[in-house]
Design a binder for this molecule. Structure first.
Ligand SMILES: Nc1nc2c([nH]c(=O)n2[C@@H]2O[C@H](COP(=O)(O)OP(=O)(O)OP(=O)(O)O)[C@@H](O)[C@H]2O)c(=O)[nH]1
Length: 138
């Protein structure tokens, strides 16, 4: 049975959806892991944080928006255990926030309907999560 000496890396991300149903993707900076690829905004859960609290913090840090934890609705997850450390990415849906998202961390932001985002190059776990979003007609 495969095993690892590390605890899984827990990562949270948001499908921010505007009134027209468009979802926000952000492009990771070149030079970072998965540089240049398009991801759902979010990041790592720090020790002592709940997933929703971590995601609200990441959205503030990365996009300068405020989100109430109650407005983060669990949507699905994806895992990758091929590398040295298993990664678990939890995706939340979010339709309400305050502020206009700005790319404080990403190179660029891009809004489009979920089925029109499939052409973007994405990190491995964002691909099945986008598929889950499309399957659920969200
Ligand atoms: N979104 C996404 N992240 C992934 C995937 N696979 C994977 O290892 N990760 C890792 O999950 C972490 C996401 O956290 P992050 O966005 O806060 O990380 P970061 O590279 O900006 O690092 P930093 O916050 O330490 O500067 C990164 O280490 C990223 O490389 C994946 O398929 N999708």
């Amino acid at each position: 049975m495969p095993s690892t000496s590390h605890a899984p890396l827990l990562v949270v991300a948001a499908a921010l959806q505007d009134a027209r149903g468009r979802v926000l993707m952000q492009q990771r900076p070149v030079g970072k892991a998965h540089g240049g690829l398009w991801e759902f905004p979010g990041g790592k859960v720090e020790p002592g944080e709940t997933p929703a609290r971590a995601l609200a913090r990441e959205l503030r840090e990365e996009l300068a928006i405020d989100v109430a934890e109650d407005d983060l609705i669990p949507l699905g997850f994806a895992t990758d255990d091929a590398g040295e450390r298993c990664v678990i990415l939890l995706l939340f849906s979010c339709r309400r926030w305050s502020g206009d998202p700005r790319a404080l961390d990403a190179c660029e932001l891009y809004w489009d309907l979920p089925h029109d985002l499939t052409h973007l190059p994405m990190p491995p776990l964002d691909i099945p999560l986008l598929a889950q979003l499309i399957d659920r007609h969200l």
